[in-house]
Unconditional design. Structure first.
Length: 477
C-alpha cells in the first residue's frame, strides 16, 4: 500500500498548496476548522467499525458469506438511521452548533455543509472497512490512487471558482467518488453483499462489535475534541488567521510524519501480538525504537533546518511566521514516537485497555490544560501551543517508560539507549543553532549528522534497519 500512501500525501500537498495560494491563512484556518469538525464526527462513524472488520474477516475466512451479508445490512442500516438523525440536527440548528464548536455563529453556513459531508463520509468509511476486512488490498490500492487523482482534478477548479465553499464541496465529491469506486471494485470482484441471501448472526456478536470498538472510539473522539478545543482557543486569543498559520505546522508534523508512523505501527501491533514471552516483547520494542530514532533523526533535522523552504513549497509566504513554531512541534513529534513505541505492548500483550484508555485521556487533558494556562495567562504568543504539545509528550514518554519498567521489568538495551540519547542531543544541538541563526543552521546540520552517523551507525545497524524496513513494507503491501 506504499504507492497509495504516496498518492495520498501528494494529493494532500497539492490541496494544501492550492488553499494557501488562493485563500491565504484565513481560508486555511476556516477550512481546517470545518474539516476538523467533520473528522471529529467521522472518527466515531461508522459505529462498530472495529468489530465489524473483525467479524467480517473471520466469516470471510470461514466462507460464511450469508452471515457477512446479514452483518453488513444490519450495521449499515443502523448507521444510516443514526447519521440521518445527526444530519437533521445539523440542519435545524446550525447557528447553535457553530457557537458551540467555534464560539461564533458566523460559520453556520459551513456547518450546514456537514449535513452532506457526514453521510457521505460515513458510507465511504463503511465500504472501506468492508474491503479491508475481506482483504481486497490490491483493489483498495487502485481505488485509493484513482480517488486521489480525481479529488485533485475536482479540488483545484472548485477552489478557484468558489473559494471556501468550493473546497468543502470538493471534499463531498471526494467521498462520493470513493463510494462509487468502492461499489465498482466490490462488484467487479463479485463480493458485493447480496441482501437476499442472509443468515442470522447471534446477538452476542453485535454486543461484542459495539463493546470492542467503544474504547477506541472514545479515545479517537477525545483526541479530536482536544484538537478542536485547542483550535478554538487559538481563534479566541489570536484570531482565525493565526489558526491558518498553526494549521500549516500541524499538517507538516502530523500528516507527513504521522503517515510514516501509522505505517510502522501497522507492522508492530501484529508482530507484538504474536509474542507470549515478555523478553521477546522487550527485545522487539528496543528494535522498533532503534528503527524509529535512526529514521526520525535525519528527517526531523532536515525538516527543521529547511523549515522556511518547506513552508514556501507547501503553502506560501503568508505562512512563514509558522517557521518559529516548528521547533517545539517537531520535538513533540519525536517524543510522541517514543511514547507510542514504548506503549505498544498495552493491548497486544496484556490487553490493558483500561490503562491505555486512561493514559490517552490523561494526555489530552494535560495537553489542553498546559495550552490553556500558557495561552490565557502568559504572553508567549502562538508558541505556547506547540510548547504544550512538546511538553505533554515529554511527560508521557517518561510516564510510559516508568510504567513499562514497573509492569514488564523493561530495560533499554545498551545500543538502543545510546542511539536514543545521542540522537536527542544531536537534534537539540541542530535545532538550537538553527533557531538562533537560520543560515548557521544550514552549515551546521551536515557536520552534526556526519558525527551522529559515525558514532551510531555501523554495518550491522544498517542491515538491521534495512531488514525491519523491508518487513514494514511487506506488511503494507
Amino acid at each position: 500500500m506504499g504507492l497509495s500512501n504516496l498518492m495520498n500525501v501528494l494529493a494532500m500537498i497539492i490541496k494544501t498548496k492550492v488553499l494557501a495560494l488562493l485563500l491565504g491563512p484565513l481560508g486555511v484556518g476556516i477550512f481546517s476548522l470545518i474539516q476538523n469538525t467533520s473528522n471529529l464526527l467521522l472518527s466515531i462513524l461508522p459505529i462498530g467499525s472495529v468489530g465489524f472488520t473483525k467479524y467480517v474477516s473471520e466469516y470471510y475466512s470461514d466462507n460464511k458469506i450469508e452471515k457477512i451479508n446479514f452483518l453488513f445490512r444490519r450495521l449499515l442500516s443502523q448507521n444510516i438511521l443514526f447519521i440521518a438523525f445527526v444530519s437533521v440536527i445539523i440542519v435545524l440548528s446550525p447557528g447553535s452548533l457553530s457557537r458551540l464548536f467555534y464560539s461564533n455563529e458566523e460559520y453556520w453556513k459551513y456547518i450546514i455543509i456537514l449535513s452532506v459531508l457526514l453521510p457521505l463520509g460515513m458510507l465511504s468509511n463503511f465500504l472501506e472497512s468492508y474491503m479491508k476486512a475481506i482483504r481486497l488490498i490490491g483493489r483498495f490500492v487502485k481505488m485509493s490512487i484513482l480517488n486521489s487523482i480525481v479529488s485533485i482534478l475536482i479540488f483545484i477548479p472548485m477552489v478557484y471558482s468558489y473559494q471556501l465553499y468550493g473546497a468543502l464541496a470538493a471534499s463531498a465529491f471526494s467521498f462520493a467518488t470513493n463510494i462509487l469506486l468502492c461499489i465498482y471494485f466490490l462488484k467487479k470482484s463479485n463480493v458485493l453483499p447480496n441482501f437476499r441471501k442472509i443468515e442470522n448472526v447471534k446477538k452476542e456478536v453485535f454486543k461484542n462489535i459495539y463493546s470492542m470498538g467503544l474504547a477506541m472510539l472514545i479515545m479517537v473522539f477525545i483526541q479530536q475534541v482536544t484538537v478542536l478545543f485547542i483550535r478554538t482557543l487559538i481563534i479566541s486569543k489570536f484570531g482565525i488567521d493565526s489558526l491558518g498559520v498553526y494549521q500549516s505546522i500541524y499538517s507538516v508534523s502530523t500528516n507527513y510524519f504521522g503517515l510514516f508512523f501509522v505505517t510502522v505501527i501497522s507492522y508492530a501491533i501484529p508482530k507484538l501480538s504474536s509474542y507470549k514471552n515478555t523478553a521477546f516483547v522487550i527485545d522487539e520494542i528496543n528494535r522498533i525504537l532503534k528503527f524509529f530514532i535512526l529514521l526520525y533523526t535525519p528527517l526531523l533535522v532536515v525538516c527543521f533546518v529547511f523549515r522556511k523552504n518547506i513552508l514556501l513549497l507547501l503553502f506560501s509566504s503568508s505562512f512563514l511566521p509558522a517557521a518559529d513554531l516548528l521547533i517545539f512541534q517537531l520535538l513533540g513529534e519525536l517524543f510522541k514516537a517514543i511514547t507510542w513505541v514504548i506503549g505498544l505492548w498495552f493491548v497486544p500483550l496484556a490487553m490493558k485497555i483500561r490503562q491505555w484508555f486512561l493514559f490517552e485521556i490523561l494526555f489530552n487533558i494535560t495537553y489542553f490544560l498546559i495550552a490553556y494556562i500558557l495561552v490565557s495567562y502568559y504572553e508567549f504568543g502562538m508558541i505556547s501551543v506547540t510548547f504544550s504539545y512538546f511538553l505533554s509528550y515529554l511527560i508521557f514518554a517518561l510516564l510510559n517508560i516508568w510504567y513499562i519498567k514497573h509492569i514488564l521489568n523493561f530495560t533499554f538495551k545498551f545500543k538502543s539507549l545510546k542511539i536514543l540519547l545521542v540522537s536527542i542531543l544531536s537534534i537539540l544541538l541542530v535545532f538550537l543553532i538553527s533557531q538562533y541563526d537560520l543560515f548557521l543552521g544550514y552549515y551546521s546540520f551536515i557536520p552534526v549528522l556526519l558525527i551522529w552517523t559515525y558514532v551510531l551507525i555501523n554495518k550491522n545497524e544498517v542491515l538491521q534497519t534495512k531488514y525491519l524496513l523491508l518487513e514494514v513494507l511487506k506488511i503494507k503491501r
